[in-house]
Ligand binder design. Structure first.
Ligand code: AMP
Ligand code: MG
Length: 340
């Protein structure tokens, strides 16, 4: 199959909508990362998402809508809890996925769970594609399962070339990491995946929100994740990444003392001039927005360059940096050296 990368013109968006209605897959830009979309109400189309990504069947998909009224129109959930309404009011459209008790959504989308994840993206092109498809779209990130998520149409082409008919090129993604995932299906709301909307922002609207253990810690053997996507290794380049938990000088001294030909540093912008290995900067130390925006692109560049070993800075865990930390610690397979 030839994969066509198309600009988001009116005609091309109509064509993408038609392809989606016909059960085909389309790579779509969103404000978080690029998605691999299919008609969420078509089980056969949804199965093709899992096939194209090599995604384990037990990892459910997020259903994307372009209007809050579509939740009722397509009976996506059995009820909308009050806290979900408050979050929708505050942060939709935007990088927030809300998990609620499921309505009549195919089991292929929810991996057999009794809940469903719903998001209303803010990217105008995503909204236009959903509207053109006239259906909610199931869309995970458009990467090969386990690899860094795509934040440009070229990243999607790299992973999906020959597997899908269309990619709509909406430029590079503004947020750069996947949506925040919160469940309001139980008694207490739980943050399952940190993203563009921070834990602090969630609590400002609905009060206390637990943070799932799997956000920060490695799951113990046999332990299951509340969000199946939060498993041990994910978002990972081929290179081995080791995170160094340390202050600025400790990090710089450690990397310089352990430099070799195929070793590189995944560091803050400020570190680069003090390091004597190849550097991959993912933003200034306190610019968490930039770090989120750049992290996946930088992880992909590390693979393009054939780097073998990477010493990475261990990101902060406050605000939006928690999302960067959560992705990097998985890219590193939880290999961390603490110097403090
Ligand atoms: P991705 O589409 O690649 O961004 O992955 C979607 C994320 O949402 C994964 O971490 C899933 O495990 C999670 N997710 C989707 N639906 C549910 C659900 N019903 N319950 C818990 N987690 C979910
Ligand atoms: Mg993903």
């Amino acid at each position: 199959m030839k994969t066509n990368v198309l600009l988001p013109t009116k005609e091309n968006i109509q064509q993408a909508g038609e392809a989606l209605r016909n059960g085909e897959l389309v790579g779509v830009p969103t404000e978080t990362v690029y998605g691999l979309a299919a008609n969420a109400l078509d089980p056969a189309a949804v199965k093709n998402i899992f096939r194209a990504k090599g995604r384990p069947g037990d990892n459910p998909l997020i259903v994307h809508i372009s209007d809050i009224a579509q939740i009722e129109e397509f009976e996506l959930v059995s009820e909308i809890p009050e806290k979900a309404k408050m979050l929708m009011q505050a942060y939709w459209p935007g990088p927030l996925t809300i998990i609620m008790k499921k309505g009549s959504v195919p089991d292929e989308v929810t991996a057999g769970l009794d809940t469903v994840a719903v998001r209303f993206p803010s990217h105008p092109v995503t909204q236009r594609i959903i509207t053109a498809a006239q259906r909610p779209l199931a869309a995970p990130s458009a990467n090969t399962s386990g690899k860094p998520s795509p934040t440009s149409a070229m990243h999607v082409l790299h992973d999906m070339d020959g597997k899908i008919p269309y990619i709509i090129d909406g430029g590079s993604c503004e947020v750069g990491v996947e949506s925040t995932v919160i469940t309001v299906a139980g008694e207490t709301p739980v943050l399952l995946r940190p993203g563009g909307i921070t834990h602090e922002q969630l609590e400002a609207v609905i009060g206390h929100v637990d943070i799932s253990d799997a956000v920060i810690h490695k799951l113990k053997d046999g332990e299951t994740a509340a969000s199946p996507g939060m498993k041990y290794k994910h978002y990972a380049p081929c290179a081995r990444i080791i995170l160094i938990k340390s202050d600025d000088n400790g990090y710089i001294n450690y990397v310089n003392a352990h430099s070799a030909d195929s070793t590189a540093a995944l560091c803050y912008d400020e570190d680069a001039e003090k390091l004597n290995v190849k550097t991959y900067c993912f933003g200034a130390k306190f610019d968490f927005d930039a770090q989120a925006n750049r992290i996946f692109d930088v992880l992909r560049k590390i693979d393009e360059d054939g780097v073998e070993n990477v010493y990475g800075r261990c990101p902060d865990t406050t605000g939006k940096a928690l999302a960067v930390y959560n992705r990097l610690i998985r890219a590193a397979g939880f290999e961390v050296i603490s110097l403090a």
